[in-house]
Design a protein around this ligand. Sequence first.
Ligand SMILES: NC(=O)c1ccc[n+]([C@@H]2O[C@H](COP(=O)([O-])OP(=O)(O)OC[C@H]3O[C@@H](n4cnc5c(N)ncnc54)[C@H](O)[C@@H]3O)[C@@H](O)[C@H]2O)c1
Length: 321
Amino acid sequence: MVTANRSRVVVVGTGSVGAAVASAIVQQGLCNELVLVNHHPEKAEGLAMDLADGSEFLGRFVTIRAGGWEDCRRADVVVVTAGPKPKPGETRMQELGAAIDIVDPILRHIRDSGFNGILIMVSNPVDVLSWFAWRRTGLPRAQVFGSGAALDTSRMKTIIGETTRLDPRLVSGYVIGEHGDSQFVPWSTVSFIGKSFAQYLEDNRSRYPGVTLAGIEEETRRRGLDIKGLRGGTSYGIAATVAGLVRMILWNERGVVSVSTLIDGEYEYGERDVFLSLPVALDGDGVGDFVDLHLSGDELARFHRSAAVVRDHCRLVADRL
Ligand SMILES: NC(=O)c1ccc[n+]([C@@H]2O[C@H](COP(=O)([O-])OP(=O)(O)OC[C@H]3O[C@@H](n4cnc5c(N)ncnc54)[C@H](O)[C@@H]3O)[C@@H](O)[C@H]2O)c1
């Protein structure tokens, strides 16, 4: 008998982000079955039909259909993208009140379905909601994480690529901390064509007048807000990011990505019971080993500030648990 690897991904929420995530997964042929769940079932039904209509021209056949919570039970990955439409000018943390009312019932449904796969949170504020999802579902820490600063890391690489007019994938390094205002780039971790990016910039000062590490970091932080101001919201960057994370899980790649994960006393980070982004190994078992970045004193202080912001907001929703 032929044994096929039957992988199922469920995407919850089919707005701008959910639809773009679903499309990226289908375009890349990452799974055998994609199930779309929305509280307005006709929206999920319409999106499933729309995506399926390109089947003839896709590289790999993917069964695409609308479904319900019962479909989570045998899912390998569930991606939660439901949330209030982000408003231009509003910070991610300001979305928390409206977001928790939407996301908490969804998490209860996922838990009650008997789901035992890997849960990826995308809804903002993603660090707070990932912590809440871990507590609400009772899943092991390896099986719950947020897309976190994986998108910001890709943004930082994109900006370096745009600045140097070289391939962004030549950049190695991470944005860490909160997916939000307190995120930062520990520049000691960022390398580019065989040397530290700081050294590269120093060696080529005359070619990049006015370009600074602080400027690139600020542009990275602002990029989401800038896109919101220009086109009303972000969707394709996060979709490519989430598809990349789904691929690492389903194809059991052992990538190292900066995603929002439970920090519980690892290395010198000195934090517990908080979800923040740090580079971790990701594969079919979910979140694995951490990387010890050997942060400088200043970087550690920024990491603790980020932890304080996220923890303060977790307290606001903890009484629901
Ligand atoms: N983590 C990231 O990097 C990142 C990037 C972009 C957006 N986001 C977040 O993704 C979320 C969705 O953004 P969007 O632009 O797709 O918004 P959207 O308004 O286009 O879509 C929201 C989705 O949530 C669903 N929804 C709304 N209320 C619901 C409820 N009560 N119950 C169940 N489902 C409900 C809607 O039906 C829709 O499918 C937001 O929280 C946003 O902040 C995260």
